[in-house]
Write a protein that binds this ligand. Structure first.
Ligand code: NAP
Length: 243
């Protein structure tokens, strides 16, 4: 199937890594749908791409609002009848998150609600459309901070990054990848967790070693994997990440 035939939805695609994932899809000829919780920001991101001569659409999609998820499903169903690629990119950090002894429990709840429960809700809602595609791909944006092994390795550069809410939310996203890949094992649908690297975006306060354009490369590569695609993996730019 030519890339021009593929339809991709990227959540949280109005800025940061998500916007660059959308741009790279559109540059490959994939028809990209920009999901964003704020319709004005969604349209601005779409206009950014179309001004470059790229094909893009936008819709309102708030991971914490089931009604917007249901409407997004209806819109994609009416327009295309299927979805080839779902990139679960939207995610948050919270200033009140921190080490387990002092993090705000409410902050941890907010982070879990968006990063894990919201991602689960979008994935469940989109599954019937993904099943209609010949070989759908799901990419879950994870983080090395979601690795239990990395969190327990005192030699890791991430060892001191104790954000109980955020790290636990990405570990939970990894659990979604593992279980969903198993559940869909007898289908052509492939599910992977991708850690983009340490990327300069609003989420990191613009700290990091990579541009959003560079951070988008791995998620896009895994979304465009061919027939020999592996499923249920956790990868980062340097290779496989330990769970
Ligand atoms: P970002 O620039 O802050 O972008 C996050 C995006 O998620 C924004 O579009 C934001 O929308 C959206 N979002 C937040 N809550 C949402 C909700 N309830 N519904 C829909 N969209 C929502 O962050 P980023 O660095 O590009 O992060 C993208 C993903 O990569 C996240 O999952 C993050 O955890 C992951 N990641 C990033 C890094 C890094 O170094 N940057 C490393 C590892 C993993 P608004 O504009 O409306 O807030």
């Amino acid at each position: 199937m030519a890339d021009t035939d593929r339809i991709a939805l990227v959540t949280g695609a109005n800025k940061g890594i998500g916007l660059e994932i959308a741009r790279q899809f559109a540059q490959s000829g994939v028809l990209v749908i920009i999901g964003a919780r704020d319709p004005v920001r969604a349209e601005a991101a779409r206009d950014d791409l179309t001004a470059q001569g790229l094909k893009a659409q936008s819709l309102r999609l708030d991971l914490t609002d089931q009604a917007t998820i249901a409407t997004a499903v209806e819109t994609i169903h009416a327009g295309y009848g299927r979805l080839d690629i779902l990139v679960n990119n939207a995610g948050i950090v919270d200033a009140a998150d921190g080490p387990p002894s002092t993090s705000s429990a409410e902050a941890a709840r907010r982070i879990m609600d968006t990063n894990f429960v919201g991602t689960l809700a979008v994935t469940q809602a989109m599954l019937p459309l993904l099943r209609q595609a010949p070989a759908a791909r799901i990419v879950n944006l994870s983080s090395s901070l979601g690795s239990l092994s990395v969190n327990g390795d005192s030699t890791s550069p991430y060892y001191s990054a104790r954000l109980i809410g955020y790290n636990a939310s990405k570990a939970a996203v990894n659990m979604l990848t593992v279980q969903l890949a198993q559940e869909l094992g007898d289908t052509p649908i492939v599910v992977n967790s991708v850690s983009p690297g340490f990327v300069k975006t609003d989420l990191t306060g613009h700290a990091g070693f990579m541009t959003p354009e560079e951070g988008a490369k791995m998620p896009v590569r895994y979304a465009l994997l061919g027939e020999d695609a592996v499923s249920g993996r956790f990868v980062e730019p340097n290779g496989e990440t330990p769970w």
